[in-house]
Design a protein around this ligand. Structure first.
Ligand code: FAD
Length: 463
């Protein structure tokens, strides 16, 4: 029987990063993965292919507007199969890169589906691996929608929507969350009529309300249609595609949408079934998330869990950070308990929507005294020069101390701009600390004038 200090199940951003870090800490490590390639949802069918298609379709959208810059480019056309081939190459290069990192760092890649028959044992096909510790990093799956049978031809998950071989005339997207909006924008830019159907009366549930409202307006201006406050009763396949039966939540009126493709993007759920966890008596919540402590230990001694299959934001960077923290604690380094309130989230549409920390709604609900600084990119010199004036920055701080509590940026490169504020929040910086540090002119991350000194401006940066 092969024996390892650590057997990781799942080679997504949580699992593969944890496996490599563990070898750096001198542990012997095997990583079990049932997909033929490494990198998990993120590299294979998530973050990376979606960003590749967003980039290609953004080039197309921008090329159509070059005339505003005095550039005549003639007729703009695109070849969908080449665009998909480029996306596949980006994915292939990155997943092969993980395989290279595994062999360079000495991680043993075990191909197949892993189960845990007993603590200290991982079964992969006929082979039983002995493990001093086991790390579950099995990620998540698409949440199914009652009444919508996925066939990945007409009724699609995000995986199908990343690989369509033709542009649908009408794509209905069920769910106005991150995945629905990103993929809706891709296909809209490529020429599909896109209707986003959402149960709530707003898009991007959980995001700052002002950003979400502005994003909806801007996406609508680009051609995305929204049918909010609608309950989906069912999706039926037809000769021409599919029919979606809806109910208006305000009036109860019945409605119907016909589309030739339907993307179901109503969320993701932990992938913890079939591992043998119930037999081990592992503590899980009602949704299947594995319960862990601040060192990522499950209720079963010797078994840890990280990433999308444990509570917290379902994001690749959170999974990576979980993975590093978990194996460092396992190796005896000082534990670094996660603070998920400091994890940024970005919707990579155009404009991007980046969020960090508390929303204004959450501060109001908590009765917290806060100040809000707002700035529209319309008044930013770089944004005007680039023609990217859509969007705003909102930074929320404690009214008494000025300490930053939340930041919400909507606009070009918002996902990069928010990084400065991630560091600011992590280090307990105040609004004044950020405003008074030098920002290159003319940059999108720069405000046009310095703020008047607030009462907390001269105080220590820490509460
Ligand atoms: P996963 O990446 O899901 O990896 C788990 C791996 O475990 C999989 O490869 C699976 O095959 C394997 N596995 C499962 N069970 C077993 C088993 N029993 N035996 C062996 N192997 C097993 N996040 C972001 O931060 N930014 C984004 O821009 C972003 N975009 C996304 C776009 C889309 C379309 C989707 C679907 C997701 C996106 N995400 C994004 C979310 C991100 O992909 C996940 O949060 C991240 O992949 C979670 O990492 P993980 O390691 O926990 O799990």
């Amino acid at each position: 029987m092969r024996e390892f200090d650590l057997v990781v199940i799942g080679a997504g951003p949580g699992g593969y990063v944890a496996a490599i870090r563990a070898t750096q800490l001198s542990l012997s490590v095997a990583c079990v993965e049932e997909r033929p390639t490494l990198g998990g949802t993120c590299l294979n069918v998530g973050c990376i292919p979606s960003k590749a298609l967003l980039a290609s379709s953004e080039h197309l959208a921008e090329a159509r507007h070059l005339a505003a810059h005095g550039i005549e480019a003639g007729e703009i056309r695109f070849d969908l199969s080449k665009m998909m081939a480029r996306k596949d190459k980006v994915v292939g290069d990155l997943t092969k890169g993980i395989a290279h990192l595994f062999s360079k760092n000495g991680v043993e890649w075990v191909a197949g589906r892993g189960t845990i028959p007993a603590p200290g044992r991982v079964q992969v096909g006929d082979e039983t691996l002995a493990a001093r510790a086991i790390l579950i990093a099995t990620g998540s799956d698409t949440v199914p929608l009652l009444g919508a049978e996925i066939d990945e031809e007409v009724v699609l998950t995000s995986t199908g929507a990343l690989a369509m071989d033709r542009v649908p005339e009408h794509l209905a997207v069920i769910g106005a969350g991150v995945i629905g909006l990103e993929l809706g924008q891709v296909w809209s830019r490529l020429g599909a009529k896109v209707t986003v159907v959402e149960y709530l009366d707003r898009i991007l549930p959980g995001a700052d309300g002002e950003s979400a409202k502005t994003a909806q307006r801007l996406l609508g201006r680009q051609g995305l249609g929204f049918a909010l406050n609608r309950k989906v009763l069912g999706v039926t396949r037809t000769n021409a595609g599919a029919r979606i039966a809806l109910e208006r939540r305000d009036t109860g009126a019945a409605e119907e949408i016909s589309a030739d493709a339907v993307l179901v993007a109503v969320g993701r759920r932990p992938r913890t079934a079939g591992l043998g966890l119930e037999a081990l008596g592992m503590a899980m919540d009602g949704c299947g998330f594995i319960q862990v402590d601040s060192a990522f230990r499950t209720s079963v001694p010797g078994i840890l869990a990280i990433g999308d299959c444990v509570p917290g934001p379902m994001l690749a960077h959170k999974a990576e950070e979980d993975g590093i923290n978990a194996v460092e604690a396992l190796a005896g380094l000082a534990p670094h308990a996660p603070d998920y309130g400091q994890v940024p989230g970005v919707v990579y549409t155009s404009p991007e929507v980046a969020s960090l920390g508390a929303t204004e709604e959450a501060l109001k609900d908590a009765g917290r005294q806060y100040v809000a600084g707002r700035f529209q990119f319309l008044a930013n010199g770089r944004a005007r020069a680039m023609g990217t004036t859509d969007g705003l920055v909102k930074v929320l701080g404690c009214a008494e101390t000025g300490r930053i509590l939340g930041a919400h940026i909507l606009g070009r490169n918002a996902g990069e701009l928010i990084q400065e504020l991630v560091l600011a929040i992590a280090k307990g910086a105040t609004l004044s600390d950020v405003a008074r540090s030098s920002h290159a002119h003319p940059g999108m991350g720069r405000r046009s004038r310095r703020p008047a000194s607030p009462p907390w401006a001269s105080r220590s940066t820490r509460e």
